[in-house]
Design a binder for this molecule. Structure first.
Ligand code: GDP
Length: 678
């Protein structure tokens, strides 16, 4: 048998994935409505053959459930899927019930309902191919205490589903007067001529035969597709033991058929029974899908033309999928890493490390040599003057240099240099990404950073240890060549000159900001104040704010530092500091030389242990994380982070889906023609 419904349901879901909100791109579905206790859940479950809807008196459906039934003769039993949650092959229907329950309850009670439908597919050898919607809200609309705004929201949602071309399955219970049926009332509003509505009358067993017949053949609320009467629940009495799962379904069917058999005469000429209902649903759905096919096809064509035009104009027909985008992004990244590796090598590590150690040298000098208490005239520290005249045998200065050198060599150069290089690389990687098209992808940026960190961390401790081991000899003895001394002397003089320049610049800046006269006043005030400590005379604070005073102190510090630097530079330039034997008189040169030795040795190991390894392993880690380690959704999410790429991919996806829908609709239309011919 040619099963067109199945194919049309497939087309329907393709159309839905193109644009869930576009009502014109839509093939019909059967929308089930009924007030609470009308037996709506029982009807749906009888059609499916399994209990799967959440129960409970306070349980209200807060989201539409779009239920797709797929007849699958090869399956042994029912299998459920929540495509949006990517949950497939669920065979435990209590779990399905629980998931539906949770999804519904996730909608806050204050919102009453959500427009976002829950999609559920059930495959089974026993279900017909059908597409049904279980609609929320009819209970809520009726509830008197609902705020008007919410009622309107519920109404809007329901109306959207009850519009053409959908078929309305209006459920009413036999033991309630049809005149009071909420479902029929709602269906009449949206389908006044009763052309798209099937009436289902449940609980036939609760009324007597004649009355049931009266309802089913009623002329008061005529529906073109008529009424079907069903008994969808076995009464809960002691003779009928409660059954679950498929057994419950069999029990229901048996009970229904024996009930219908017992009342054969009354039901003659009417449509009754779940099986009849299923058949009618299939027939009606197929027919209305067939009718909708041509108009839908025309709409799809229109949309396709528009999408193709945009795709050509905006993207020059260039194909782009999330996969190709990610693949090319990885290539871009690898290219950037390669380029970066040519740019950042041993010399760059050296300069990073040297800068840091130079800074440490300056700090040590400041704390061990330059930071002595000043004498009252604020002249250069006496101690530093002494060093110039110190005798070569003066142990004090020798010991001082040894201690300071020790502080430098025992700084933890292993850790320090490894951390420096690691941080420098991570910063460079960030900069590198910022220079590629991937700068608009925070998620990819994070993955790349994680990959870099992973690779670097895996080598961190061993590198730090190796470096520390290799500089160990310098902790005991440091031999310098004359040439090394010369070089370091030049280097430190340059460094101190730079330091002096920045000191002066900063002082100038303070002068400019505060005013030269005022700054001098403050500085004089502070100097006098400092000099009068312990004296009884209280000097008056001439109205300076704490902020200004603190900047005045900065200025004093800079002034002192500046004269100190000038003094030391002149010492270092003097003939005394030309020879390495005078190292204790010229600690700046010696420490700079030590820093240089530490740097040279550390760089060797950092290069071999960390940097080369990083350049080898990082591209591999990128592959592992970005090519192999991502799920389909992540790939898509990554690619769509960039709005332009998102638009490109989505337009292409839309175009492809419209093409797919076109070809499928064309196939079905050909099959239809074929069928009408034979
Ligand atoms: P819903 O609230 O509209 O989803 O209704 P349910 O399917 O939950 O049914 C409401 C009550 O009616 C439940 O207690 C069912 O057992 C009972 N019920 C449903 N269908 C029938 C039926 O055909 N015959 C009888 N006797 N009871 C039924």
């Amino acid at each position: 048998m040619l099963n067109l419904t199945r194919q049309m349901i497939e087309i329907r879901s393709i159309l839905q994935s193109i644009d869930p909100n576009d009502n014109t791109l839509k093939l019909p579905s059967i929308v089930v409505i009924g007030s609470q206790s009308s037996g709506k859940s029982s009807v749906l479950e009888a059609v499916v053959g399994r209990e799967f809807l959440p129960k409970g008196s306070n349980m209200v459906t807060r989201r539409p459930i779009e239920l797709t039934l797929v007849n699958s003769p090869d399956l042994a039993a029912e299998v459920a899927e929540f495509p949006a949650l990517r949950m497939n092959n669920l065979t435990d229907f209590e779990q399905v019930q629980k998931i539906l329950y949770d999804l519904n309850l996730a909608v806050p009670i204050t919102e009453a309902i959500s427009n976002d439908p829950i999609q559920l597919t059930i495959r089974s050898p026993r279900v017909p191919d059908l597409s049904l919607v279980d609609l929320p809200g009819y209970i809520q609309v009726e509830a008197a205490d609902q705020p008007t705004e919410l009622k309107r929201k519920i109404r809007q949602l329901c109306d959207k589903y009850l519009e053409e071309p959908n078929i309305i399955l209006a459920i009413s219970a036999a033991d309630v007067d049809l005149a009071n049926s909420t479902a029929l009332r709602a269906s009449r509003q949206m389908d006044p001529k009763g052309e798209r509505t099937i009436g289902v009358v449940t609980k036939l067993d609760l009324v007597d035969g004649a009355e049931a017949r009266g309802i089913l053949t009623n002329r008061k609320y005529p529906l073109k597709m008529g009424y079907v009467g069903v008994v969808t629940k076995v009464p809960q009495t002691s003779i009928f033991k409660k059954k679950t799962g498929y057994q419950a379904f069999i029990a229901q069917q048996n009970f229904e058929s024996s009930f219908l058999k017992d009342n054969k005469d009354e039901f003659a000429g009417t449509s009754v029974g779940t099986r009849t209902l299923k058949k009618r649903l299939m027939r009606v759905l197929e027919r209305s899908m067939a009718l909708s096919l041509k108009p839908t096809y025309d709409r799809v064509q229109q949309e396709l033309e528009e999408a193709s035009y945009k795709f050509k104009v905006e993207f020059n027909d260039r194909s782009l999928t999330p996969e190709t985008y990610i693949a090319s992004s990885i290539d871009t990244l690898k290219g950037a890493v390669k380029e970066f590796s040519e740019r950042f090598g041993r010399n760059e590590i050296k300069s990073v490390l040297k800068n840091e150690l130079d800074q440490k040298v300056l700090d040590l000098l400041a704390s061990k040599y330059w930071n002595k208490p000043h004498d009252q005239s604020r002249e250069i520290d006496q101690d530093l003057r002494d060093i110039v005249n110190a005798s070569p045998t003066d142990v004090y200065w020798h010991r001082k240099l040894d201690l300071t050198t020790n502080s430098l060599t025992k700084l933890g150069v292993g850790r320090l240099s490894t951390t420096l290089l690691t941080n420098a690389l991570l910063t460079e990687i960030d900069n590198m990404i910022d220079n590629t098209t991937l700068r608009t992808h925070p998620m990819i940026k994070q993955v790349v950073r994680d990959a870099a960190e992973e690779v670097l961390n895996s080598r961190y401790y061993s590198t730090a240890d190796q470096v520390e081991n290799c500089i160990k000899p310098f902790k005991f003895e440091i031999e310098l060549e004359n040439s090394e001394w010369k070089q370091s002397r030049e280097h430190i003089i340059r460094l101190l000159n730079e330091e002096l320049r920045s000191c002066d610049q900063y002082l100038q800046l303070l002068k400019k900001n505060i005013g030269s006269r005022k700054l001098t006043q403050i500085m004089t005030y502070l100097e006098n104040k400092d000099n009068s400590i312990g004296e009884t005379i209280e000097r008056e604070n001439i109205g300076f704010s704490p902020g200004i005073l603190s900047r005045g102190r900065d200025a004093l510090f800079l002034k002192d530092r500046s004269s100190l630097l000038q003094f030391r530079i002149s010492c270092l330039k003097s003939s005394q500091c030309k020879i390495k034997e005078n190292k204790y008189k010229c600690p700046e040169i010696f420490l700079a030389a030590v820093a240089d030795k530490l740097t040279q040795t550390a760089v060797l190991f950092l290069n071999v242990e960390l940097l080369s390894d990083f350049y080898y392993n990082f591209p591999r880690a990128l592959d592992a994380k970005l090519s192999n380690g991502l799920t389909q959704e992540q790939i898509e999410a990554f690619a769509k982070e960039d709005p332009k790429v998102k638009r490109h991919i989505e337009l292409q996806q839309r175009k492809e889906l419209l093409e797919l829908a076109t070809s499928k609709i064309e196939d079905v239309m050909t099959l239809q023609k074929h069928r009408t011919k034979h």
